[in-house]
Write a protein that binds this ligand. Structure first.
Ligand code: KG4
Ligand code: ZN
Length: 356
């Protein structure tokens, strides 16, 4: 049995979790999140300076709550883990320094975790964790990627967004419609009862140099511009915006693009399982459409549980448990943080001489 205390502070959620691995199953014993979303909403997006300060204020209380909840001292843990990349440097630093301090004081190993590895591991917090090989659609506020998880644990990226991430598109379009931040949940709520067929919107594509389009890549900036034009046109014509119809039409086209390209990629790579993780994977319309279309193609779908789609520390703990289980990995206490770092190079976090 392995037990990990995990921290996540890469953006605007301060999160602490206790997870343990027993007989191959990951169990979440405690999971606390302090969201700063309402504070950042005033500015229409995350303010890095505010984010770091709030993490600093929130973490001690969250850690105390988690330990109190599981009624265990830190000596009963096998490791302390924290997200170290990618994200806001100051925010990551708060979680990383806190984790390294606890690890050092209690003579526990420390594991630096890649945020996207955490998102991918969130699917193992569900009822039926998938076994590699499988395709992963990772859709969050910062990333939209199609990554193949191979049997040996190595990764291959097949598709990505060339401009905005899907979550970012939700956030920007929500702002355009006068809805709150974060935009994903706001658009989802506004879409209920709306007519998703009312507005025909473009499915952004990436041209290939030799002609045709990249089958697995994404572009959401054209869609965002199309929404802006539609809003301006409606405002000029009638002075009134049919928010529900606009939200439903936008949500539908994003869901269709994500589902169509992920399924095509999964089939083309000869894989039978498609996994969906990240904040946008919490979207009900997207989850439904993914299940429906995958069912038609005979692809098995594994969705991260809704509660673990948006940023949380349980997913960071799950990634740490996998690292401890596969090849016993620990990070140097000198490992710092990096605002950008490729997922494919996450193994470097466990080198004796840290990369940053
Ligand atoms: O994974 P996440 O919490 O943070 C990042 O790593 O980026 O994802 C946050 C993103 C935001 O852009 C938010 O608008 C979007 O996920 N999101 C949603 C929903 N819930 C969160 N997008 C669509 N529908 C939702 N229900
Ligand atoms: Zn995230």
């Amino acid at each position: 049995m392995q037990r990990v205390l995990a921290l996540e502070t890469s953006c605007d959620e301060s999160a602490v979790a206790v997870v343990q691995l027993q007989e191959g199953e990951i169990e979440v014993l405690a999971n606390f999140i302090a969201s700063q979303a309402t504070e950042h909403a005033r500015w229409g997006g995350v303010v890095p300076e505010i984010s770091s300060r709030r993490h600093l204020e929130a973490l001690p209380d969250l850690i105390a709550k988690a330990l109190n909840d599981v009624r265990l001292p830190l000596s009963a843990f096998d490791a302390v883990a924290a997200t170290v990349a990618p994200g806001l440097a100051g925010a990551l630093m708060v979680g990383s320094v806190t984790a390294r301090t606890l690890a050092s004081l209690h003579s526990l190993p420390f594991l630096g975790i890649h945020h996207l590895e955490g998102h991918i591991a969130s699917v193992s917090l569900g009822d039926k964790p998938p076994e590699p090989p499988y395709m992963v659609l990772l859709v969050s506020g910062g990333h939209t990627e199609l990554i193949e998880m191979k049997v040996d644990g190595s990764l291959e990226r097949h598709g990505r967004s060339h401009d905005d991430a899907a979550g970012e598109a939700f956030d920007k379009v929500a702002r355009l419609l006068g809805l709150s931040y974060p935009g994903g949940p706001a658009i989802e709520s506004a879409s209920y009862g709306g007519d998703s067929e009312r507005f025909v919107l473009p499915k952004g594509r990436i041209s290939l140099p030799g002609g045709g389009f990249h089958p697995y890549d994404f572009s959401f900036s054209g869609l965002k511009t199309a929404m802006l034009r539609k809003v301006q046109e409606l405002e000029t014509k009638s002075g009134h915006l049919p928010i529900s119809d606009l939200a439903a039409s936008f949500q539908k086209v994003v869901a269709e693009v994500l589902v169509e390209r992920s399924i095509r990629c999964t089939l083309d790579q000869g894989l039978k399982t498609l996994v969906m993780v990240g904040g946008v994977a919490a979207n009900s319309k997207l989850r439904e459409l993914m299940q429906e279309r995958a069912g038609i193609e005979g692809i098995e779908i594994s969705l991260a549980p809704k509660a673990f789609c948006t940023d949380n520390a349980a997913m960071v703990g799950a990634a740490a448990l996998k690292r401890l289980e596969l090849v016993y990995c620990t990070s140097s206490l000198e490992l710092g943080v990096a605002p950008r770092w490729p997922l494919e190079q996450a193994n470097d976090f466990y080198k004796q001489k840290p990369p940053f």
